[in-house]
Design a protein around this ligand. Structure first.
Ligand code: ADE
Length: 421
């Protein structure tokens, strides 16, 4: 029996979790580089870190890196449906990292797990969606005095934290890892693009070619989803509220229209907006029979599930992650993964290759927060550009890609104004 604190599904899944974590590490060369760099230096020696992250093979490798850096680390799930139970078992029983996460946990257990991670009395927090920071400020204010700072992985969390900072409620500095170019340009676009399609396909096993596939929201995640759906041969429609993004979607070759219009013709509707009730009762009322709705945003609020439940006369679970609602006029609407992020619920989240960069940013952000101890204001801070560029350089190096450099003459030209035609 282990003495490592935990609440996980099943210790017997440990071996599978270890093998899959090691497999993922093969695709994470930048993280491996950082493991080596920090192994002797141990810049986090004895520092308490609590991470509220999706418990996946990639996160396990991030956790191993932080442990090698000397951190005293505890993990909990950042979403009730995203935990990979074999990885949770491996974290506790092989990598000796206290972990509180069970796939399918109810809301009460979810918050118990967050509080278990806070009982660790963190000096640093790592969040994916800002639930840990939010709970710390709402219910565990006694812990604020310990805090050096936090990091935030995702767009939704950064928006929440900026709202906190705007209200002057945020009591320690947070680095918006999401805003690093080497995070959102790759993870949000290529990671979400591939993993969302993966989740939809694993859940339904339905061919996408020729289908009308509507993407709601044309941020970096929506762009990635649209691009990959197009690659599958779907007819892609984009719905967007921001004129510049809508224009970009039209120029990228997609049909752009309001969701009310798209709902009537769509075979698939996928949300990636970060907002609430984006797919609502008015849309269900006109939706094409058999339409499949899925969400790739952080929270399960994008599809108005209570509205769907109250409109429906019956509900049937056809497959794991596929619930079909029948409306009074016999039209059927399917909802995948209970409206939770389909890429992490029905598939395995973003592939390791891309999480390599996201989590390299996390490591460098944590190291930066410690090096800046107490000098940063209680605000949401961008990743310093030199760290973002370091991740890009390391990734290119590990990909075997060499690039050009400016000559002295070119460098000078860029800093002068006298030369013209
Ligand atoms: N977010 C999206 N994909 C992820 C993954 N594979 N691991 C951790 N967080 C993620």
């Amino acid at each position: 029996m282990t003495t490592i604190a935990h609440d996980i599904k099943d210790v017997r899944l440990k071996e599978k979790g270890v093998i899959r974590t090691e497999w993922a590490l093969r695709e994470m060369p930048v993280l491996r580089h950082l493991m080596q760099r920090y192994a002797d230096e141990k810049p986090l020696q004895g520092i308490h870190v609590s991470g509220c992250l999706h418990i996946t093979t990639e996160t396990a490798n991030l956790a191993r890196t932080l442990k090698m850096m000397g951190a005293d680390l505890v993990l909990c799930a950042s979403n009730p449906l995203s935990t990979q139970d074999d990885v949770a078992a491996a974290l506790v029983h092989h990598y000796a990292i206290p972990t509180f996460a069970i796939k399918g946990e109810d809301t009460q257990t979810y918050y118990q797990h967050i509080n278990a991670a806070l009982d660790h009395r963190p000096q640093l927090t790592m969040d994916d969606g800002a639930d840990l920071v939010s709970e710390l400020h709402k219910s565990r204010q006694d812990l604020l005095a310990n805090m050096i700072g936090g990091t935030e992985e995702t767009t939704t969390g950064v928006i929440r934290l900026r709202a906190m900072a705007g209200d002057r409620a945020l009591q320690f500095p947070v680095i918006a890892v999401n805003d690093a170019m080497t995070k959102h340009l790759f993870d949000n676009r290529y990671g979400t693009g591939q993993s969302t399609l993966d989740g939809i396909i694993r859940a339904t096993n339905i061919l996408l070619a020729s289908k009308v596939f509507t993407v709601v929201g044309y941020g970096w995640c929506g762009r990635g989803i649209a691009m990959r759906a197009k690659g599958h041969g779907a007819q892609v429609v984009v719905c967007e509220v921001e004129p510049l993004r809508a224009l970009e979607a039209a120029m990228d070759g997609y049909q752009v229209m309001p969701l009310q219009q798209a709902a009537a013709i769509s075979d698939f509707i996928v949300t990636a907006t970060g907002d609430k009730h984006v797919v609502d009762a008015a849309h269900f009322k006109v939706m094409k029979d058999g339409c499949i709705c899925a969400n790739s945003g952080h929270f399960n609020v994008e599809v108005n599930i209570p509205a769907l439940e109250s409109l429906a006369v019956s509900k049937k679970r056809w497959r794991e992650y596929v619930d079909e609602y029948t409306l009074p006029d016999n039209r059927r609407i399917c909802l995948l993964a209970e409206g939770r992020l389909v890429n992490l619920s029905a598939a395995e989240g973003h592939p390791a290759t891309v999480m390599d960069m996201s989590f390299a940013n996390q490591v460098l952000a944590i190291d930066y927060l410690v090096s800046q101890q107490k000098t940063l204001s209680n605000d949401v801070h961008s990743m310093p550009k030199y760290l973002d560029e370091e991740v890009a350089k390391l990734k290119l190096h590990t990909m075997g890609v060499a690039i050009d450099t400016l000559t002295d003459e070119q460098q000078t030209y860029l800093t002068t104004w006298q030369e013209g035609t």
